[in-house]
Design a protein around this ligand. Sequence first.
Ligand code: ADP
Ligand code: MG
Length: 372
Amino acid sequence: MATIKPIEGRSVHQIQSGQVIVDLISVCKELVENSIDAGATSVEVRFKNNGLDSIEVQDNGSGISPEDYETIALKHYTSKLSTYGDLCSLQTFGFRGEALSSLCALSKFHIITARASDGAKGTKLEFEQSGGLKGTSVVAAKQGTTVVVETLFHNLPVRRKELEKNVKREYNKVLELLQAYACIRTGVRFNVSNQVAKGKKIVAFSTNANPSTKDNLANVFGAKALLALIPLNLQFEMDPSHRPGATQSARNWTTQEDGSQAVKILGHISRPVVGEGRGLPDRQMFFVNSRPCHLPQVRKAFNEVYKSYNMSQSPFVFANLQLDTNAYDVNVSPDKRTIMLHDQAALLESLRDALAELFEGHDQSVPQAQLL
Ligand code: ADP
Ligand code: MG
């Protein structure tokens, strides 16, 4: 008798979903990105019991068309990408069409959505575990979409236990990630709240729909924090094709006529003054074209150069790398937070020089109080 046989469809779905939605952070990340992709200017995230009971993300974006109700939570159905080639020119966060489908498999899940043309009438969508549409009903709703995720991992007992055990720590990490989105997104209002005990709702943080990242940082970290920061505005040309050992892919992402690549890094960083940084949260946020990312080597370069000017501390960093979309690959990890930079070595070298120049030009002897 043959021993190799296909895994039953439902189980495959559950196994694969567990790779997209691995924790509280992935849920919130996927839902907030969907809201931003839908053009929202207001995103509200409501946790109950740190997310253990429920996570709700409400936006005022485009809403979902009735023609999409049937397929919206099916695996690999997306409105954002249809061929692999589209990946390079991608402007949206999402592209795999896996998040909603995975949430159906791993939580009790529903959506309420309304478009501008729907008046005050919205539609509640309920789904099978497989992602198929189970039913719709009419409810009162404003334009936009609310996604409700209840009892995450209710059908994966080991993961549920793990989540219960670590929920405080996960919740704090979620807040950091949500703060990163709230700070980088200008023109979008964020409000994040948590209801722990019955009736007690605490606002974790909020931003107004500010025109600048500086105003967003002030909303999240307090206006005082800004006094300890200087603007980060680095611009340099790098020439990956002329470096020994440059890879073919590095040569392919050159965009200027002379073969060099323009890089801009915009944001805010602690003043390089000894003792500065007290009163600032110990935070470093990196983005590639406004997408929050893990960039361990870039982080290391910032820390090392900063420390050579300020012996005592690591800087507060809020840095948005503006790169040509051909210069990196986001399709590396399921959460898309790990990014592959095609010629990281050249970038790091130019970055170190540019940072040294920035700190060099800054008068390190003047304490912040005297600058006011
Ligand atoms: P992806 O974001 O990769 O396309 P998702 O599973 O996250 O995949 O979402 C599937 C589709 O559902 C999206 O392509 C989008 O069309 C729609 N969608 C999801 N969330 C929202 C939202 N908040 N507002 C409007 N449409 C949404
Ligand atoms: Mg998505």
